[in-house]
Design a protein around this ligand. Sequence first.
Ligand code: XMP
Length: 302
Amino acid sequence: MDVQRFIDNAIDEIRREVKGKAIIALSGGVDSSVCAVLAHRALGENLVPVYVDSGLMRRFESERIVELFSHLNLMKVDASERFLNALRGVTDPEQKRKIIGETFIRVFEEVASEVGAEYLIQGTIYPDRIESEGGIKSHHNVGGLPLHIEFKGIIEPMRDLYKDEVREVARALGLPMEISERMPYPGPGLAVRIVGEITREKLEVVRTANAIVEEEISSFKPWQAFAAVIGKATGVKGDNRVYGWVVAVRAVTSRDAMTADVLELPWGALRRISSRITGEIPGVSRVVYDITPKPPGTIEFE
Ligand code: XMP
Protein backbone atom coordinates (compact mmCIF):
# COMPACT_ATOMS: atom_id res chain seq x y z
CA MET A 1 0.00 0.00 0.00
CA ASP A 2 1.18 3.53 -0.80
CA VAL A 3 0.48 5.09 2.60
CA GLN A 4 0.88 8.72 1.55
CA ARG A 5 -1.44 8.23 -1.40
CA PHE A 6 -4.02 6.59 0.85
CA ILE A 7 -3.84 9.56 3.26
CA ASP A 8 -4.24 12.13 0.46
CA ASN A 9 -7.14 10.24 -1.11
CA ALA A 10 -8.92 9.77 2.22
CA ILE A 11 -8.66 13.50 3.00
CA ASP A 12 -9.94 14.37 -0.49
CA GLU A 13 -12.86 11.99 -0.14
CA ILE A 14 -13.89 13.41 3.24
CA ARG A 15 -13.68 17.01 1.91
CA ARG A 16 -15.71 16.07 -1.15
CA GLU A 17 -18.48 14.25 0.75
CA VAL A 18 -18.99 16.40 3.83
CA LYS A 19 -20.80 19.69 3.48
CA GLY A 20 -21.02 21.17 6.96
CA LYS A 21 -20.37 19.43 10.25
CA ALA A 22 -19.46 15.79 10.76
CA ILE A 23 -19.25 13.72 13.87
CA ILE A 24 -17.02 10.74 14.68
CA ALA A 25 -17.04 8.41 17.69
CA LEU A 26 -13.45 8.23 18.89
CA SER A 27 -12.77 5.38 21.31
CA GLY A 28 -8.99 5.72 21.40
CA GLY A 29 -8.53 2.46 19.49
CA VAL A 30 -6.23 2.60 16.48
CA ASP A 31 -9.03 2.57 13.84
CA SER A 32 -11.15 5.39 15.19
CA SER A 33 -8.05 7.41 16.14
CA VAL A 34 -6.59 7.23 12.62
CA CYS A 35 -9.95 8.07 11.11
CA ALA A 36 -10.41 11.05 13.42
CA VAL A 37 -6.99 12.45 12.51
CA LEU A 38 -7.71 12.08 8.78
CA ALA A 39 -11.12 13.71 9.21
CA HIS A 40 -9.65 16.53 11.25
CA ARG A 41 -7.08 17.20 8.55
CA ALA A 42 -9.90 17.32 6.03
CA LEU A 43 -12.47 19.33 7.98
CA GLY A 44 -10.73 21.17 10.81
CA GLU A 45 -13.28 22.80 13.12
CA ASN A 46 -16.15 21.17 11.24
CA LEU A 47 -15.25 17.80 12.72
CA VAL A 48 -16.71 16.95 16.13
CA PRO A 49 -14.90 13.93 17.57
CA VAL A 50 -16.81 12.47 20.51
CA TYR A 51 -15.43 10.22 23.22
CA VAL A 52 -18.09 8.51 25.31
CA ASP A 53 -16.88 7.49 28.76
CA SER A 54 -18.95 4.42 29.57
CA GLY A 55 -17.42 3.88 33.00
CA LEU A 56 -16.17 0.57 31.57
CA MET A 57 -12.76 1.81 30.49
CA ARG A 58 -9.38 0.90 31.91
CA ARG A 59 -7.52 2.90 34.55
CA PHE A 60 -6.60 6.42 33.36
CA GLU A 61 -7.79 5.51 29.84
CA SER A 62 -10.37 8.29 29.55
CA GLU A 63 -7.99 10.93 30.90
CA ARG A 64 -5.27 9.78 28.49
CA ILE A 65 -7.53 9.83 25.44
CA VAL A 66 -8.74 13.32 26.27
CA GLU A 67 -5.12 14.43 26.65
CA LEU A 68 -3.94 12.77 23.42
CA PHE A 69 -6.73 14.21 21.30
CA SER A 70 -7.31 17.60 22.87
CA HIS A 71 -5.80 19.19 19.72
CA LEU A 72 -8.75 17.79 17.74
CA ASN A 73 -11.20 19.56 20.07
CA LEU A 74 -12.37 16.21 21.41
CA MET A 75 -15.73 16.35 23.14
CA LYS A 76 -15.90 14.04 26.15
CA VAL A 77 -19.29 12.82 27.32
CA ASP A 78 -19.31 11.24 30.76
CA ALA A 79 -22.10 8.69 30.54
CA SER A 80 -20.75 6.30 33.18
CA GLU A 81 -23.71 6.69 35.57
CA ARG A 82 -26.11 6.07 32.73
CA PHE A 83 -24.31 2.87 31.68
CA LEU A 84 -23.99 1.54 35.22
CA ASN A 85 -27.66 2.26 35.99
CA ALA A 86 -28.77 0.52 32.80
CA LEU A 87 -26.62 -2.51 33.67
CA ARG A 88 -27.71 -2.85 37.29
CA GLY A 89 -28.89 -6.38 38.10
CA VAL A 90 -28.21 -7.68 34.57
CA THR A 91 -26.28 -10.96 34.48
CA ASP A 92 -26.87 -12.37 31.00
CA PRO A 93 -23.84 -11.69 28.72
CA GLU A 94 -25.87 -10.99 25.60
CA GLN A 95 -28.25 -8.73 27.50
CA LYS A 96 -25.29 -6.79 28.91
CA ARG A 97 -23.86 -6.31 25.39
CA LYS A 98 -27.20 -5.19 24.04
CA ILE A 99 -27.70 -2.61 26.80
CA ILE A 100 -24.20 -1.22 26.29
CA GLY A 101 -24.64 -1.00 22.51
CA GLU A 102 -28.01 0.73 22.86
CA THR A 103 -26.73 3.20 25.42
CA PHE A 104 -23.76 4.12 23.21
CA ILE A 105 -26.04 4.74 20.27
CA ARG A 106 -28.49 6.89 22.20
CA VAL A 107 -25.74 9.03 23.74
CA PHE A 108 -24.14 9.43 20.33
CA GLU A 109 -27.43 10.42 18.70
CA GLU A 110 -28.07 13.02 21.39
CA VAL A 111 -24.65 14.57 20.82
CA ALA A 112 -25.05 14.56 17.02
CA SER A 113 -28.32 16.46 17.18
CA GLU A 114 -26.97 18.81 19.86
CA VAL A 115 -24.01 19.88 17.71
CA GLY A 116 -25.97 19.86 14.45
CA ALA A 117 -23.78 17.31 12.66
CA GLU A 118 -25.36 15.96 9.49
CA TYR A 119 -22.55 13.63 8.48
CA LEU A 120 -21.16 10.59 10.22
CA ILE A 121 -17.56 9.47 9.73
CA GLN A 122 -16.68 5.95 10.83
CA GLY A 123 -13.40 4.09 11.18
CA THR A 124 -14.85 0.87 9.79
CA ILE A 125 -12.14 -1.32 8.26
CA TYR A 126 -12.32 -4.19 5.79
CA PRO A 127 -12.70 -7.07 8.31
CA ASP A 128 -15.56 -5.15 10.03
CA ARG A 129 -17.42 -4.98 6.73
CA ILE A 130 -17.08 -8.69 6.18
CA GLU A 131 -18.43 -9.33 9.67
CA SER A 132 -21.34 -6.95 9.44
CA GLU A 133 -23.39 -8.82 6.82
CA GLY A 134 -23.50 -5.98 4.35
CA GLY A 135 -25.24 -3.47 6.65
CA ILE A 136 -23.61 -0.21 7.71
CA LYS A 137 -22.33 -0.49 11.23
CA SER A 138 -24.16 2.08 13.29
CA HIS A 139 -21.39 2.49 15.81
CA HIS A 140 -17.89 1.40 15.15
CA ASN A 141 -16.78 -1.15 17.74
CA VAL A 142 -20.18 -1.50 19.30
CA GLY A 143 -21.86 -3.47 16.65
CA GLY A 144 -24.75 -3.31 14.35
CA LEU A 145 -27.49 -1.35 16.12
CA PRO A 146 -29.63 0.98 14.03
CA LEU A 147 -29.34 4.71 14.52
CA HIS A 148 -32.68 6.46 14.82
CA ILE A 149 -31.12 9.60 13.52
CA GLU A 150 -30.85 10.28 9.78
CA PHE A 151 -27.48 11.42 8.51
CA LYS A 152 -27.09 13.05 5.11
CA GLY A 153 -24.04 10.92 4.55
CA ILE A 154 -21.95 8.20 6.17
CA ILE A 155 -18.28 8.22 5.18
CA GLU A 156 -15.97 5.29 5.83
CA PRO A 157 -12.58 6.28 4.39
CA MET A 158 -10.76 3.20 5.77
CA ARG A 159 -13.23 0.65 4.46
CA ASP A 160 -10.60 -1.24 2.38
CA LEU A 161 -7.81 -1.39 4.95
CA TYR A 162 -6.61 -4.30 7.03
CA LYS A 163 -5.51 -3.76 10.63
CA ASP A 164 -1.78 -3.84 9.85
CA GLU A 165 -2.33 -1.19 7.16
CA VAL A 166 -4.22 0.98 9.66
CA ARG A 167 -1.22 0.74 11.97
CA GLU A 168 1.04 1.83 9.08
CA VAL A 169 -1.17 4.85 8.43
CA ALA A 170 -1.16 5.64 12.16
CA ARG A 171 2.65 5.72 12.14
CA ALA A 172 2.74 7.86 9.00
CA LEU A 173 0.31 10.33 10.59
CA GLY A 174 2.66 10.61 13.56
CA LEU A 175 0.29 9.10 16.10
CA PRO A 176 2.13 7.99 19.25
CA MET A 177 3.05 4.31 19.60
CA GLU A 178 0.58 3.86 22.42
CA ILE A 179 -2.10 4.37 19.75
CA SER A 180 -0.50 2.86 16.62
CA GLU A 181 0.51 -0.34 18.44
CA ARG A 182 -2.44 -0.46 20.83
CA MET A 183 -3.86 -3.85 21.86
CA PRO A 184 -7.42 -4.42 20.68
CA TYR A 185 -9.93 -3.53 23.40
CA PRO A 186 -13.56 -4.59 23.19
CA GLY A 187 -16.31 -1.99 22.71
CA PRO A 188 -18.21 -3.19 25.82
CA GLY A 189 -14.97 -2.71 27.76
CA LEU A 190 -14.58 -4.16 31.23
CA ALA A 191 -18.16 -5.45 31.11
CA VAL A 192 -16.98 -8.52 29.16
CA ARG A 193 -14.23 -9.03 31.74
CA ILE A 194 -16.69 -9.37 34.62
CA VAL A 195 -18.64 -12.59 34.67
CA GLY A 196 -22.19 -11.84 35.85
CA GLU A 197 -23.54 -8.60 37.26
CA ILE A 198 -21.46 -5.44 36.97
CA THR A 199 -20.96 -3.72 40.30
CA ARG A 200 -18.72 -0.85 41.29
CA GLU A 201 -16.71 -3.19 43.52
CA LYS A 202 -16.03 -5.69 40.73
CA LEU A 203 -15.19 -2.84 38.34
CA GLU A 204 -12.61 -1.50 40.77
CA VAL A 205 -11.06 -4.98 41.17
CA VAL A 206 -10.95 -5.71 37.44
CA ARG A 207 -9.61 -2.26 36.60
CA THR A 208 -6.67 -2.59 39.00
CA ALA A 209 -6.01 -6.19 37.91
CA ASN A 210 -6.01 -5.15 34.23
CA ALA A 211 -3.49 -2.41 34.95
CA ILE A 212 -1.19 -4.89 36.72
CA VAL A 213 -1.47 -7.47 33.92
CA GLU A 214 -0.76 -4.89 31.21
CA GLU A 215 2.26 -3.61 33.10
CA GLU A 216 3.68 -7.08 33.66
CA ILE A 217 2.93 -8.66 30.28
CA SER A 218 3.38 -5.92 27.69
CA SER A 219 7.07 -6.76 27.18
CA PHE A 220 6.07 -10.26 26.03
CA LYS A 221 4.18 -8.71 23.07
CA PRO A 222 0.81 -10.40 23.45
CA TRP A 223 -2.04 -9.84 20.99
CA GLN A 224 -4.11 -9.17 24.09
CA ALA A 225 -3.41 -9.52 27.79
CA PHE A 226 -5.94 -8.77 30.49
CA ALA A 227 -7.61 -9.82 33.73
CA ALA A 228 -11.21 -10.80 34.42
CA VAL A 229 -13.23 -11.25 37.59
CA ILE A 230 -14.82 -14.66 37.26
CA GLY A 231 -16.32 -15.49 40.66
CA LYS A 232 -15.56 -15.91 44.33
CA ALA A 233 -13.55 -18.48 46.24
CA THR A 234 -12.21 -19.06 49.71
CA GLY A 235 -8.70 -18.02 50.55
CA VAL A 236 -6.61 -17.08 53.54
CA LYS A 237 -5.11 -13.66 54.02
CA GLY A 238 -3.08 -12.89 57.11
CA ASP A 239 -4.71 -15.02 59.81
CA ASN A 240 -8.17 -14.90 58.31
CA ARG A 241 -10.16 -16.98 55.91
CA VAL A 242 -11.66 -14.71 53.26
CA TYR A 243 -14.27 -15.31 50.64
CA GLY A 244 -12.75 -13.17 47.91
CA TRP A 245 -12.74 -12.58 44.18
CA VAL A 246 -11.19 -14.96 41.70
CA VAL A 247 -9.21 -13.11 39.03
CA ALA A 248 -8.40 -14.91 35.79
CA VAL A 249 -5.40 -13.70 33.80
CA ARG A 250 -5.51 -14.20 30.04
CA ALA A 251 -2.74 -13.56 27.51
CA VAL A 252 -2.99 -14.70 23.93
CA THR A 253 -1.21 -14.53 20.61
CA SER A 254 -3.26 -14.26 17.45
CA ARG A 255 -3.20 -13.00 13.88
CA ASP A 256 -6.78 -11.90 13.49
CA ALA A 257 -8.60 -12.74 16.77
CA MET A 258 -10.54 -15.49 14.98
CA THR A 259 -8.27 -18.06 16.60
CA ALA A 260 -5.81 -17.57 19.43
CA ASP A 261 -3.07 -19.42 21.27
CA VAL A 262 -2.21 -19.06 24.90
CA LEU A 263 0.96 -17.08 25.49
CA GLU A 264 3.52 -19.32 27.22
CA LEU A 265 4.63 -16.94 29.92
CA PRO A 266 7.68 -17.66 32.04
CA TRP A 267 6.78 -19.01 35.45
CA GLY A 268 8.45 -16.05 37.17
CA ALA A 269 6.18 -13.59 35.32
CA LEU A 270 3.07 -15.54 36.32
CA ARG A 271 4.18 -15.73 39.93
CA ARG A 272 4.83 -12.00 40.00
CA ILE A 273 1.38 -11.25 38.55
CA SER A 274 -0.28 -13.50 41.11
CA SER A 275 1.53 -11.96 44.02
CA ARG A 276 0.90 -8.40 42.80
CA ILE A 277 -2.83 -8.96 42.22
CA THR A 278 -3.46 -10.64 45.59
CA GLY A 279 -1.12 -8.21 47.35
CA GLU A 280 -2.42 -4.98 45.79
CA ILE A 281 -6.13 -5.79 45.67
CA PRO A 282 -7.48 -6.62 49.13
CA GLY A 283 -10.67 -8.35 47.90
CA VAL A 284 -8.89 -10.91 45.71
CA SER A 285 -8.26 -14.36 47.18
CA ARG A 286 -7.12 -16.27 44.11
CA VAL A 287 -5.50 -15.79 40.71
CA VAL A 288 -5.72 -18.33 37.87
CA TYR A 289 -4.09 -18.36 34.42
CA ASP A 290 -6.43 -19.26 31.57
CA ILE A 291 -4.75 -21.95 29.44
CA THR A 292 -7.58 -22.33 26.92
CA PRO A 293 -6.87 -21.60 23.25
CA LYS A 294 -9.56 -20.18 20.96
CA PRO A 295 -11.41 -22.28 20.01
CA PRO A 296 -12.88 -23.53 22.22
CA GLY A 297 -12.53 -20.50 24.54
CA THR A 298 -13.26 -17.03 23.22
CA ILE A 299 -10.65 -14.38 23.95
CA GLU A 300 -12.92 -12.40 26.27
CA PHE A 301 -14.94 -14.07 29.04
CA GLU A 302 -18.40 -12.94 27.96
P1 XMP B 1 -13.75 -13.02 21.36
O1 XMP B 1 -13.95 -12.81 22.83
O2 XMP B 1 -15.03 -13.15 20.60
O3 XMP B 1 -13.06 -11.69 20.84
O4 XMP B 1 -12.79 -14.14 21.05
C1 XMP B 1 -12.42 -11.52 19.60
C2 XMP B 1 -11.84 -10.11 19.57
O5 XMP B 1 -12.88 -9.14 19.56
C3 XMP B 1 -12.86 -8.37 20.76
N1 XMP B 1 -14.26 -8.32 21.23
C4 XMP B 1 -15.08 -7.30 20.98
N2 XMP B 1 -14.87 -6.14 20.36
N3 XMP B 1 -17.12 -5.53 20.75
C5 XMP B 1 -15.89 -5.26 20.27
O6 XMP B 1 -15.71 -4.18 19.73
C6 XMP B 1 -17.41 -6.68 21.38
O7 XMP B 1 -18.53 -6.91 21.82
C7 XMP B 1 -16.32 -7.62 21.51
N4 XMP B 1 -16.22 -8.86 22.06
C8 XMP B 1 -14.94 -9.24 21.86
C9 XMP B 1 -11.95 -9.10 21.72
O8 XMP B 1 -11.32 -8.22 22.64
C10 XMP B 1 -10.99 -9.76 20.78
O9 XMP B 1 -9.98 -8.88 20.33
